[in-house]
Write a protein that binds this ligand. Sequence first.
Ligand code: TYM
Length: 325
Amino acid sequence: MARILTGIQSSGRPHLGNILGAILPAIELSKNPQNESFFFIADLHSLTTLKNGKERAEYVRAIAATWLAFGFDYKKNVFWRQSRVQEHTELAWYLNCFTPFPMLANATSFKEKSEKLADVNAGLFTYPVLQAADILLYNANIIPVGKDQKQHLEMSKDIASRFNQLAGEDILTLPEPQIDERIMTIPGVDGQKMSKSYHNYIDIFLPENELKKVTKKIVSDSTPLEEPKDPDNDITFKLYSLLASASEVEAMRQNYLNGGYGYGHAKQALFELMLEKFAEPRRIFNYYMENNDELEGILAEGEIKARAVAQQTIDKVRSVLGFSS
Ligand code: TYM
């Protein structure tokens, strides 16, 4: 049996990159009866960039509703808010003291964020340690994430083995990332990595007219409508091929190569495909966004299950570090 674990930050509403890069692969793994899945909302991590509490609460709901919209079985598995299980922050502190400063200083995500953000706080710096705590607290084996999380996962593994070595016991389980090489990094409407912080994302739960507007913003080159176009260097084609069937992708490829087919047509086809493919998730998402008490009830149930597992690890860690009586 494998234990699967992953988290999404509540720093915005979930976008197509989160859905294709992490949520769908994680749900697929969770369907294997041999696996036990731990999926959570990383609301503490979102504090590194988002300070507005009202917005955070709204995004937590949106992320929870997204997991449910894509069919996550919360009864069989474990589903909770990170901040409600205090063992995450406790373990993060212990692990901070086992993490070499240069490991954090050289982290690519920290370097990138500190170049872009005005508020370079200490939370951003120790972000990977809290992430390691999230994973190690639950003895997780497999972590389905997007490619941008590869280095964080290597750090979690390093921190775990350093801890085990210094503690003299194999208390923490070494996790393995699972990154879908076919999906890799989903591009945003401007061609950079789709990201909440770049404001280039596609929110598939938007009302139809707004989703259409966002789809129209996808950047394309200026090849005239009549002329052939290169599908392999086009963002709309890339996004379409991640969602469409093999025969639909082939048909669009031919349209591009033949000419007489404009980027506007491709964007309209992508928009229609999103509406068709996500019709049911959009319905369920809206249901949970309107039925907040039900959503809170589900998270509260999950919190109890998560805490029970987290406490077992924390007890062992406290004991080996001499913090228990
Ligand atoms: P977050 O919210 O930034 O991203 C959540 C997940 O979505 C993936 N992702 C993408 N995948 C493909 N293409 C994209 N454009 C794209 N954008 C985002 C991310 O790789 C991620 O898997 N640090 C984590 C949150 C976290 C976590 C954890 C994950 C906290 N603790 C423990 C796993 C295990 C993050 O980046 O969230």
